[in-house]
Design a protein around this ligand. Structure first.
Ligand SMILES: Cc1cc2nc3c(=O)[nH]c(=O)nc-3n(C[C@H](O)[C@H](O)[C@H](O)COP(=O)(O)O)c2cc1C
Length: 330
């Protein structure tokens, strides 16, 4: 018996209320598939610029690549012009995703300078206009992802979440840090709780979940309907099977051993290769291998070798000889 129920976002039912948080440069199709397999209930694309879709930029096609097995899937858009956001929402609505999410938390200066991402936290009425333009344009649920506030000590999450709700948002994800904190300091779960108490739509809590124990605590301390896990999933899709077990009151599975890590890296690479050119897939895998192997004996030497690998065959050989074979000999 699950201690925590499923998550309903508009007409989209999410059986396990644990999301892979969107992460640019990390949560691509390959990684999302692995996280779904490991137990994430919902996954989200990397953020995609509404303007880039409008102008038909080539890079966006790869970001929007998807497979039926990963659904339910959230497509995350960023932009701040209500009219354009409504227009793009309608253009992409029939794509292979179930929910359209709007990024209102990205702290990167280039994004904020354009009035996008976390800049929207300073303008709740625009938040309402964006969400309302989108919900009028599409039938699929529209959600937003916000932060606790903009300036270091600021807290505007309740006001922004209420604006999103007024615009018709079906759920809100709250990262318990301000824009100026970026990713430093601790996420403030009390701010997440205040949003949960203020709105009627489901709230998804986010920030600093690094274990199944953290996941349970975030649910318990805030009363949220769902949680989203970001950085702790990098090189660690197993975190989802652990959280899933904890939510069902089952014993938490053992951490993966080196052989299992090696096999996961090979699967990850195969998935990357199935839709990206080899040189791109190998480049992507270099960072993933560093995350997967952090903490394993000899990981820094392996990282150096992996960074010199040019082909998938070279990378595979390294994983087989340096991780899997060694693990099986130990
Ligand atoms: C490398 C990286 C990329 C990110 N990209 C996005 C993004 O595209 N959209 C978004 O809403 N949040 C993005 N985030 C924020 C995460 O979704 C999440 O809110 C944040 O990392 C806090 O959660 P965590 O403590 O579990 O990592 C990114 C975070 C990181 C570390």
């Amino acid at each position: 018996m699950s201690r925590i129920g499923s998550l309903q976002i508009g007409d989209c039912r999410v059986d396990v209320p644990v999301l892979l948080a969107p992460m640019a440069g990390v949560s691509d199709l390959a990684f999302r598939l692995l996280c779904r397999e490991m137990g994430a209930g919902l996954v989200c694309t990397e953020m995609v610029s509404a303007k880039a879709i409008y102008y038909g930029n080539r890079g966006t096609k790869e970001l929007m690549e998807s497979r039926p097995e990963e659904r339910p899937l959230m497509l995350q858009l960023f932009g701040s012009d209500p009219e354009l956001m409504g227009y793009i929402a309608a253009q992409v609505e029939d794509g292979p995703w179930d929910i359209l999410d709007v990024n209102m938390g990205c702290p990167v200066p280039k994004v904020v300078k354009n009035g996008d991402g976390s800049a929207l936290l300073k303008d709740p009425s625009r938040v309402e206009s964006i969400v309302s333009a989108m919900t009028r344009a599409v039938r699929k649920p529209v959600t937003v992802k916000i932060r606790k506030g903009f300036a270091l000590e600021d807290e505007c999450a309740v006001e922004v979440a209420l604006a999103a709700q007024a615009g018709g948002a079906a759920a809100v994800t709250v990262h318990g840090r301000t824009r100026e904190q970026y990713y430093s300091g601790r996420a403030d779960w009390t701010a997440i709780r205040r949003v949960r108490e203020a709105v009627d739509i489901p709230v998804i809590g986010n920030g600093d979940v690094t274990s199944a124990g953290d996941a349970l605590r975030l649910f318990e301390e805030t009363g949220v309907a769902g949680i989203a896990v970001g950085r702790a999933a990098k090189g660690n899709p197993w975190i989802f099977r652990e959280i899933r077990a904890a939510l069902s009151g089952e014993e938490i599975p053992e951490r993966p051993d080196a052989a299992e890590i090696g096999e996961m890296i090979l699967r990850h690479m195969k998935l990357e290769l199935s839709y990206k050119p080899e040189h791109v897939a190998v480049r992507e895998m270099r960072k993933h291998v560093a995350w997967y192997t952090a903490g394993l004996p000899g990981s820094s030497a392996l990282r150096r070798q992996v960074n010199e690998a040019e082909t998938a065959a070279q990378l595979e050989k390294l994983v087989r000889t340096q991780i899997i074979k060694k693990a099986n000999q130990a």
